[in-house]
Write a protein that binds this ligand. Structure first.
Ligand code: BG6
Length: 457
């Protein structure tokens, strides 16, 4: 018998812009991703892996891999083309078909409402989440999709990796006007995103009271480079600022004291509207996160500037870990540390919504990829998750892999692949987009089907 309960979720996740393609079909409006330039050596988002037309084939592959859960994001501009105009029935019907197909294959759907991809109109005309108007549009978007899909979708998340909004304006699609304090502006925009999250939570409670909703962060675990107390304190604060800030708001319903102090000391505390404090009290049902790697920092002086910049300048290599070609340090034990500390911190179930490793790959003469490194990566992470359940007593809802069928990376680089299924295309040549099973396909299938008992009894 597995140490994981029988309803444990196994599956995959991906965003709309990294999968769907069909960027100008079905009445879809333009997203910021359709407009923003990508690295000329990489691809563009127009076709991605053509999930829009191939979702049935892809969902069949998910079923074959033993998925009982799939998290996808809705392209806001597919269902409300400009973000603030009339809903687009053709776009809404597309997600009806995806949801119905998942359910027909025994796969529980989860909707992510926003994966960095704002309708372009709201970027151009309203400066993204800098505007409270966009927050209201988000609330209306929540109403449209929750009332449409709430009968079948019982797991929801608002913003992908919400802690990133406090670190870079790119994610909230806002630009600081000339002459303003950019960090003050950034934390104001971040506050708007938090309020939008809370409004969506409130909406779900009203429209679909039997559904669950989470907040999600990307957890970048920071270790101190030495045991010097100053260095240990720096790592603790770095984890609080980077990883825990939104988690604490999601669960406690207010800004945590360390963040209020940090923001006030820098003069960056956002302005609150009169209903904001009350809105923040809309807390979540569980905590979700993505996890890829950890990193090491030297002692930081956080008075020097934004914590993300300070930490960036103090990050050094971990001599004990291997890294991917992209420098991400593979750390399955760190994964267990994160699972346990998040559970302890929040007293809520934790849910892994992204995990995986990017690797450069090509099909071999047998039309497959011998990706033993990926098997090793997932094996180690699942083992440590199971140890966290067995030895640390955490409650974990599931293990959801990132990009289970190859997709372009966040930078639109198709060479950086995460999947158990190879998609036949390159950066510039779409080829036939055919799907081929990699060696890891069978490993993940066995693990999911056996509920992890092949890894830990
Ligand atoms: C997460 C994002 O940060 O990491 C995804 O939610 C992204 O959009 C994933 O693809 C992996 O990062 P990358 O840069 O390797 O694609």
């Amino acid at each position: 018998m597995s140490i994981l309960n029988e309803n444990f979720y196994w599956g995959g996740s991906a965003s709309s812009f990294q999968t769907e393609g069909a960027y100008n079909e079905g009445g879809k409006g333009l997203s910021i991703y359709d407009v923003r330039k990508t690295n000329p050596l990489f691809s563009d988002w127009k076709v991605a892996i053509d999930f829009y037309h191939r979702y049935k084939e892809d969902i069949a592959l998910m079923k074959e891999m033993g998925f009982n859960f799939y998290r996808f994001s809705i392209a806001w501009c597919r269902v409300i083309p400009n973000g603030d105009d009339e809903p687009n029935e053709e776009g809404l019907a597309f997600y009806d078909r995806v949801i119905d197909e998942l359910i027909a294959n025994g796969i529980t759907p989860m909707i992510c409402m926003y994966h960095f991809d704002l309708p372009y109109h709201l970027v151009k005309e309203h400066n993204g989440f800098a505007s409270r108007y966009v927050v209201d549009c988000f609330e209306r978007y929540a109403y449209v999709i929750m009332s449409r899909y709430g009968d079948r979708v019982k797991h929801w998340m608002t913003f992908n990796e919400q802690n990133l909004h406090a670190m870079n304006l790119r994610y909230s699609n806002a630009t600081a006007p000339e002459g303003v304090d950019e960090n003050k502006f950034l934390f104001q925009v971040n506050h708007h995103v938090m309020i939008a999250h809370c409004k969506a939570v409130r909406m779900l409670r009203k429209l679909v009271p039997d559904a669950k909703i989470c907040g999600m962060v990307t957890y970048g675990l920071r270790y101190p480079a030495t045991c010097h107390p100053d260095n240990v304190l720096s790592a603790k604060l770095a984890n609080d600022y980077c990883n825990h800030f939104p988690v604490d708001v999601f669960t406690h319903g207010k800004y945590p004291a360390y963040m209020v102090a940090y923001l006030k000391n820098h003069g960056w505390m956002p302005e609150f509207d009169k209903s904001d404090e009350e809105l923040l009290t809309y807390t979540v049902d569980y905590i979700a996160f993505s996890y890829y790697a950890s990193s090491v920092i030297e002692t930081c002086d956080f008075s020097e500037g934004h914590y993300a910049d300070v930490i960036g300048s103090k990050t050094i290599k971990n001599p004990y870990l291997d890294r991917t070609e992209w420098g991400w340090e593979k750390d399955a034990v760190g994964f267990r540390t994160v699972l346990s500390s998040l559970y302890e911190r929040t007293n809520l179930p934790v849910f892994v919504l992204e995990n995986g490793m990017g690797h450069r790959e090509e099909l071999n003469e047998n039309m497959t990829v011998e990706d033993d490194y990926r098997i090793e990566y997932h094996y180690n992470h699942i083992l440590n998750l199971m140890k966290a359940v067995k030895e640390d007593g955490i409650e974990c809802l599931g293990y959801i892999t990132w990009g289970p069928i190859d997709i372009p990376s966040s930078q639109c680089e198709i060479a950086k692949r995460y999947g158990f299924v190879f998609v036949n295309r390159t950066e510039k040549d779409l080829k036939d987009l055919k799907r081929y099973k990699k060696k890891s396909f069978d490993f993940i299938k066995e693990t999911f089907m056996k509920n992890g008992t092949n890894i830990l009894q």
